[in-house]
Design a protein around this ligand. Structure first.
Ligand code: GUN
Length: 297
């Protein structure tokens, strides 16, 4: 048996199309153009690629889009001053500060300055708290995208055992809350979990968000399980000659080849969860713009 492959790209395309239509409607009926600001500190190539894609996608959907590229030695005060300006700018409805920040910067005060209304990443304590409380919130983009893909693959999730490996603010914690809200029984596993393979083997839904290449092996997966791989890890090519030339490729947190033989459904890397993150970011920005303008829906 080979697992069904859960392609994120077509779902993401559909969402981006819906967002573009809604942006056009908001412009025509309300004179409102949703605006997104993306801030990147430093020159990490992967982050540069993500930020570029966020800018391109938001412009393609008809949004007002600004990107601020700051040098790696930017001070906390300078970053906070920029974010405070964006938070006060009425043309900007969503602010995303790309993470991780360089080590000398502290992300939490920056997220605090974004404020809950423009926090399209769902990282502000008010949005994180509202998610836990079951109140309307801006919810982190990658976790929302994961839930959409899981529901598309499985339908009703009631009573399923979901295991989330990884406990980050950006993915692990919010995805666990979303699975709980969908009536799953949720286990959160992490680097200190005892006998992680056995815990993973008990999962009907396994979400891997640890940032360790191919850590989850085929024999950690329950036959027929739905496997969602959030990892984006750059590794040398398997072929030693190509690896010696410095060639690299992107792999997930799951050993895909092995998992494909055991799982019922699985997201590939790339083109699985990845494209969903940007699509949900655009969706969240439209939602934020409507709430700020007092437009229902
Ligand atoms: N880095 C990787 N994914 C994300 C994301 O969804 N939001 C932010 N702010 N940084 C990220």
């Amino acid at each position: 048996m080979t697992a069904e492959i859960i392609e994120g790209a077509p779902v993401a395309e559909r969402i981006c199309g819906e967002v573009a239509a809604e942006v056009a409607r908001l412009k025509a009926e309300h004179g409102l153009q949703p605006g997104l600001a993306v801030v990147l500190v430093g020159d990490d190539p992967a982050s540069q690629a993500y930020v570029k894609s966020k800018g391109e996608r938001s412009r393609a959907a008809g949004m007002h889009s600004v990107t601020h590229l700051l040098p790696g030695d930017t001070t906390q005060a300078a970053l906070e001053a920029l974010v405070a300006d964006l938070a006060a700018d009425p043309a900007i409805h969503g602010i995303l500060v790309q993470l991780p920040l360089p080590g000398h910067l502290d992300e939490m005060p920056v997220i605090e300055l974004i404020g809950p209304d423009k926090d399209v990443d769902g990282l502000h304590v008010v949005n994180a708290g509202r998610l836990v409380a079951g109140l309307p919130a801006l919810v982190a983009c990658t976790p929302t995208g994961c839930l959409m893909l899981i529901k598309a693959a499985l339908g009703d999730l009631t009573g399923k055992h979901a295991v989330v490996v990884g406990r980050s603010l950006l993915v692990g914690k919010p995805v666990a809350q979303l699975l709980l809200a969908a009536d799953c029984t949720v286990t959160m596993a992490h680097s200190k979990t005892v006998d992680l393979p056995s815990v993973c083997r008990s999962a009907d839904i396994l979400v891997a968000a640890v940032g360790r290449p191919r850590m989850i092996r085929g024999d950690w997966i329950k036959p027929g399980a739905c496997v969602i791989d959030v990892g984006i890890n750059r590794v040398p090519f398997d072929n030693p000659e190509q690896a010696a030339l410095g060639k690299t490729k992107i792999v997930g947190d799951v050993n895909y080849k092995e998992a494909l033989q055991v799982a019922g459904s699985i997201t590939p890397v790339p083109k699985g969860v990845g494209p969903m993150t940007v699509a949900v970011l655009l969706h969240n920005t439209v939602l934020a713009a409507k709430r700020q303008a007092g437009i229902p829906g």
